[in-house]
Design a protein around this ligand. Structure first.
Ligand code: FAD
Length: 450
């Protein structure tokens, strides 16, 4: 009986429709999990030897680091749902109510009250703003809410602040850090509509959605690696170190050529980054041409020979090159005791790009002393520069973002850059991965019923 059961299962798997996913970042792995959930046979091809793409682990001098320190939000409902499905426990992240701590100038902390009282409480107890400034910020949020968070598509975030007469201090300590962290784009060019979406979903929707989540594990272990294990347990395959060179064929019968083999698939989801798409040959006319500018993110890791402790795991600063410092010892599961590891994040383009890596590390060290006082001996620094961290989230880019459905039936796109409400974030990538999987499944269903 056991043998017959096994044969039956093998026949079912052989008969299942086959979809290839190109790219094992958050979008590709979200697409693959969604397909496997629907009993569709999925094969992931990832050119790197590590899963996660722009959110992946790196090793340096026996330390497990990430290619960039990431923050998740309680509003990342789809990523959190998929993490639960693939068995990632809630201890993978430290979860805390919304806090913007920029000592000594500013502190905003949301109480555990239901929305929108959590935000009212946070605003009225915030340190560093006058009553007039707090009221102005609240009026601005009410105005966005009254208009259902719809603003002029061509407006920049700066235009929006000018139109709503936002005081300088409110911009400096509240709106600018929020814009740069979420959209990775300076306020003078960032899309007002995407900013309004972030305020809607990550500030006022619910108290829990406004929580901040800091990963305690490396970014590959937060979702892509457990997702790969789950996919393999559900009959799929995840191939690392395999680069897809071309996708050829037509509706429902595609050949995916990698550097080691060519395999047939019923449909393909291309989940490579937008700057990597040109390296994959596809049937002519598949992609609607789009052109993005990109914004960098730099993470500077500083390792000290003894403990350096910040007052909170994450503190910000409004003056200086660094936007956020993270005390990795307070966050990461396997922190090395007796040493201090700080990650400093510099989002978006700016004057720091003119500095060499050593000069940048020296500036970061100087800025850190403002928050941590006299520092122990620096053992090493590591500067990780991601030049193509995200597309520049401008009003013009909003018009360019392609849909997940391409012009070749059966080929789909997935990624943080595809059309959607979110800026280039883990949640944006995951939502588009799920959407691409749903469109690909519909395509197969439609084809099979013809
Ligand atoms: C330094 C940094 C900090 C960030 N901070 C945050 C943050 O705090 N919060 C947040 O939400 N977001 C943050 N982001 C953005 C977030 O990381 C991205 O939006 C998200 O990871 C994009 O995922 P993706 O799957 O769309 O693309 P990618 O992660 O780029 O995945 C694409 C994958 O495709 C693979 N690939 C490409 N070509 C091929 C090929 N030919 N064959 C096979 N595989 C291929 C690549 O190797 C890659 O693994 C940050 C990004 C960076 C770089």
């Amino acid at each position: 009986m056991a043998h017959l059961g096994c044969n039956l299962k093998m026949t079912q798997i052989a008969n299942r429709r086959q979809i290839a996913v190109v790219g094992g970042g958050y979008a590709g792995m979200a697409a693959a999990v969604s397909l496997a959930e629907q009993n569709i046979n999925v094969t992931v091809f990832e050119s790197a030897r590590i899963l996660g793409g722009r959110a992946r682990k790196i090793s340096y001098r026996d330390q497990e680091l990430d290619n960039g320190q990431h923050i998740l939000s309680g509003a990342y409902s789809e990523l959190l749902r998929l993490m639960e499905i693939v068995g990632v426990d809630s201890r993978a992240c430290i979860r805390a109510p919304l806090t913007l701590n920029m000592p000594p100038a500013f502190l905003l902390q949301a109480p555990r009250w239901i929305a929108p009282f959590h935000l009212l409480g946070a605003m009225f107890t915030a340190r560093g703003l006058t009553i007039r400034e707090k009221l102005s910020a609240m009026r601005f949020v009410s105005h966005l809410r009254a208009r259902q968070f719809r603003v002029d598509d061509n407006q920049t975030v700066e235009d929006l602040f000018v139109a709503h007469k936002q005081p300088e201090a409110v911009i400096k300590y509240l709106w600018q850090p929020l814009t740069v962290s979420a959209l990775n784009t300076p306020v003078c060019t960032a899309s007002a509509q995407i900013f309004a979406n972030v305020v809607r979903d990550a500030l006022i929707a619910t108290r829990k959605a406004s929580d901040l989540l800091l990963p305690r594990r490396d970014l590959s272990a937060v979702f892509p690696e457990p997702a790969a294990d789950w996919i393999e347990r559900h009959g799929g395959q995840v191939n690392l170190g395999v680069r897809v060179k071309s996708i050829s064929g037509t509706s429902g019968c595609f050949q995916v050529e990698t550097d080691i083999s060519t395999t047939k698939f019923d449909a393909v989801i291309v989940a490579a980054g937008p700057h990597q798409l040109a390296t994959i040959a596809m049937p002519s006319g598949t992609l609607t041409p789009f052109k993005f500018e990109y914004e960098p993110i730099v993470t500077v890791y500083l390792m000290f020979d003894s403990e350096v402790t910040l007052t909170k795991p994450m503190i910000g600063q409004a003056d200086g090159i660094v936007q956020w410092f993270f005390d990795r010892r307070q966050m990461v599961d396997r922190a090395v005791s007796g040493s201090g590891l700080i990650a400093a994040v510099i989002s978006a383009s700016g004057s720091h790009q003119e500095l060499s890596q050593d000069e940048l590390a020296a500036v970061v060290l100087r800025e850190l002393t403002i928050h941590a006082g006299a520092l122990p001996k620096l053992v090493w620094h590591k500067v990780v520069v991601e030049k193509f961290a995200t597309f520049a989230c401008t009003p013009a880019a909003q018009e360019q973002r392609p849909d997940v459905v391409t012009r070749t039936p059966g080929i789909f796109l997935a990624g943080d850059y595809c059309a959607g409400d979110y800026p280039a974030t883990l949640e944006g990538a995951v939502r588009n991965g799920i959407r691409a999987a749903s469109k690909a499944a519909d395509f197969l269903r439609h084809r099979d019923t013809k």
